[in-house]
Design a protein around this ligand. Structure first.
Ligand SMILES: [Zn+2]
Length: 309
């Protein structure tokens, strides 16, 4: 029996087939943003049919926010569509059971069943990607919330006086600083501050900056790149401190392309700077061993109905 796992992100759609033992085959494409919500659904169906025309069941880990009851993505800040219906059209066309979770909720399930968190009853998975999000298992239960968005940590307020606008329209959210979408605007904001102008003037061009270029600058010991990473590290340490104080996890695994490709630059400032924000005991904080497949693993656990002990 083969099941299908789908990781629907703002940048990539990834599809895999597998079973309770793991992933057998997978494919990946850039997310089709040019043909409306239906274009994304058609893309997923086409990708599934290439791998497995008649799957037993489908599990989806999707960008949020979602409405878990109606099976839709609602008002996501990272795609230009108000609503994307997933479960309805997918189950109709594929003629099979389709289950949906927020992508990071799927991620933490993947970690629990296939990754570094096997059997750990209190754990968090956090991703630094186009957006920023986390999934939480506490006391052996996956937290979902009334609509399936129990922990949109990317949208906790880091600075209530901030001029940085988040993709969701609010100001000062964590995601506005640390996500792939937010980072370029954060860098530009820093570059306009007087002390930055004085110290780093003419040593960099912020116009075409993106997370890839920024981390490259830091790896090459460019002073401005290093300074931005230092400032980013303080914000991330604060965000991780909030997570530990709220959920009291034993393990936090970190994923998403930004963290996976820059593990030391992302993790070190968090581990070094988190203590001053903590009331709870510090957990282990590591990069997920499942890499970019973590959401697929979680979606597979969802499709195959794996149960926590
Ligand atoms: Zn926000």
């Amino acid at each position: 029996m083969s099941f299908v796992a789908v990781d629907l992100g703002a940048t990539n759609v990834r599809v895999a087939i597998g079973d309770k033992k793991g992933i057998k085959k997978k494919s990946s494409e850039k997310t089709d943003k040019n043909n409306g919500p239906e274009g994304i659904v058609k893309q997923i169906i086409r990708m599934i049919k290439i791998l497995k025309p008649h799957p037993e069941a489908v599990g989806i880990g999707s960008i949020g926010p979602i409405d878990i009851n109606s099976g839709k993505i609602i008002n996501t800040p990272n795609l230009p569509f108000k609503e994307i219906a997933l479960i309805g059209p997918l189950s109709e066309v594929l003629g099979t059971d389709v289950k949906l979770l927020n992508d990071c909720s799927a991620g933490v399930l993947g970690e629990y069943f296939f990754g570094a968190g096997k059997g750990i009853k209190n754990q968090v998975y956090l991703t630094f990607s186009t957006g920023l999000g986390c999934g939480v298992i506490i006391d052996g239960h996956l937290l979902c919330g009334k609509d399936g968005n129990a922990h949109e940590v990317g949208h906790i307020t880091i600075d209530s006086n901030s001029e940085l606008e988040c993709g969701c329209g609010c100001f000062g959210h964590w995601e506005a600083y640390s996500s792939g979408n937010g980072l370029p605007k954060f860098v530009k904001m820093l570059s306009l501050k007087n002390n930055f102008k004085k110290t780093y003037q003419n040593s960099f061009n912020v116009e075409n900056i993106n997370s890839e270029k920024l981390f490259k600058m830091a790896k090459e010991n460019h002073p401005f790149g290093l300074k931005v990473i230092e400032e980013l590290g303080k914000i991330n340490a604060q965000g991780f401190g909030d997570i530990v104080n709220i959920y009291d996890p034993e393990l936090i695994t970190v994923g998403g392309s930004i963290a996976i490709n820059n593990s030391d630059l992302i993790l070190r400032p968090i581990i070094q700077g988190i203590d001053k924000h903590l009331i709870n005991r510090k957990p282990r904080i590591i990069i997920t061993p499942l890499g970019e497949d973590i959401i697929l693993y979680g979606a597979l656990a969802l499709a195959t109905e794996m149960k926590m002990d």
